[in-house]
Design a protein around this ligand. Structure first.
Ligand SMILES: [Zn+2]
Length: 232
């Protein structure tokens, strides 16, 4: 499942008191192009949490499935979140990880094991393998210093070993006043479709890096803590 960002929703329809996406611009899982989908919600398949919908890609005319989330008790927003069923999304990120020379092979093997055991619903094995992944990530940056230290101590030291400012320095260079990128932003240089796609990818990555990912770690942590407080 891949979340459709509000900026990609071009029009809405009303369902109960929810505003539900009607037309969406999204990367099509079938043809990988940026297609336009008009959603046809299947109101017979409604349950308390979601609404199933289908949309046909304007480019390849193939059907993709969408899920519209209705029951989101933490939110006061009336705009329902919408997800596209995209089996290529997690495969893509795994392939991307496999190509990345910076990701250690044993880390990757441990991570793939976690995905496999979690899919076969082996919860204990998932927990054990997840610990291996955390250890492997930390060892990747801390090296021998990770030995004999708890995970908590290692995470505490992590900021000294990772330069989180590198992507920001790269961007500072990219948008330099004389740069082609800056000329593109100021419309002094022609901008083709490929550049537009890259530009959008860049914006998405930056928003993910600065807002989405830190927020996700916080909210998952909070949800776990709330869950354990309840069962105390
Ligand atoms: Zn398509």
């Amino acid at each position: 499942m891949r979340k459709i960002l509000p900026g990609s929703i071009l029009s809405y329809t009303q369902y109960g008191y929810y505003k539900v996406a009607k037309t969406i611009k999204s990367r099509c899982p079938k043809c990988s192009k940026s297609g336009l989908f008009t959603l046809k919600a299947n109101f017979y398949l409604v349950n308390k949490t979601g609404l199933f919908a289908e949309g046909i890609c304007s480019d390849c005319k193939k059907t993709s499935e969408f899920v519209i989330m209705l029951n989101d008790s933490n939110r006061t927003k009336e705009e329902a979140e919408v997800y596209i069923y995209d089996p290529t999304a997690s495969k893509d990120s795994l392939e991307q990880m496999e190509r990345d020379p910076n990701i250690a092979k044993d880390l990757l093997r441990a991570y793939i094991s976690v995905l496999n055991v979690s899919q076969s619903k082996d919860n204990s094995a998932t927990a054990v393998m997840s610990k291996r992944v955390l250890e492997s990530i930390l060892k990747n940056f801390l090296g021998e210093k990770s030995k004999g230290q708890t995970l908590s101590q290692q995470f505490e030291q992590l900021p000294k070993h990772v330069d989180f400012t590198t992507p920001l320095k790269t961007l500072s260079h990219l948008v330099h006043p004389d740069s082609p990128f800056n000329e593109m932003l100021d419309l002094e240089r022609e901008i083709d479709d490929d550049s537009v796609a890259l530009l959008i990818e860049l914006l998405e990555s930056l928003i993910d890096y600065l807002f989405v990912l830190p927020g996700k770690i916080e909210s998952v942590t909070q949800t776990l803590e709330q869950k354990w407080n309840k069962t105390k």
